[in-house]
Design a protein around this ligand. Sequence first.
Ligand code: OAD
Length: 246
Amino acid sequence: MGRASLEQLAQRLTRDARITVLTGAGVSAASGVPTFRGAGGLWKQFAPETLATPQAFARDPALVWEWYDWRRQTIAACAPNAAHRVLANWSRRFPSFQLITQNVDGLHERAGTERVLRLHGSIWEVSCWQRCAAAPARWRNEDAPLQRIPPTCPHCGGLVRPGVVWFGEGLDPDVLDAAQAASDCDVFLTVGTSSVVYPAASFFEEARRHGAFTVEVNPEATPASAMADLVFRAPAEVVLPELKLP
Ligand code: OAD
């Protein structure tokens, strides 16, 4: 990791800069949360269509909940790492900082990060599967393990579903609008994401169109690498703490 590159980035991180950071599963890898693609990735062990679609849930809600219960227990045993802590620090230090994450694990929030946009929802939220009128749109449930599988709606007694975005589902339009707006920035970092899932991957291109200085932090090459102004080919928990801000 070049010292000159670190300095080049640090110089851009001024108090007035509009800084947007997009994170993916790689930012939580050092905490022990499995990523999706790559060696040991969740989608290497499990087929997404059997676990992460509305059709899979309709077919076998107990199976889907068992998988989410296992993931919730895994995440509950993990703690934020140095990368989460640096980004939490930036969120307090830079008035125009915005974090966009594809992660549902809540580790950015646990590190104390302000202004987090969760593109794919939260594994710690649930909603009524029937969308019954008495239930709020979503609510927190932090039981790990769950008291019963599948869990039920306290309002109608029907099923509840995980508060995450599944394949084939749209993103929350307000979150999407806010993420698009945040792509109009001065410095855009893409950290720990394979940059293959849209629309998340499009924010990097959007930032470039707006003239942002673009940076990738990832030990492996991705479709964003060739377009980035700076690439740090190393783990996020190593690169981010190395940046010495003025
Ligand atoms: P992926 O699993 O696709 O990619 C993780 C990326 O993190 C890879 O490019 C790794 O090289 C990189 N990586 C691994 N360790 C790292 C480290 N210590 N520091 C930095 N980078 C590291 O995860 P995402 O890109 O987040 O969506 O996947 C996007 C979406 O696809 C997820 O939100 C999920 C999944 O299907 C849904 O479930 C809707």
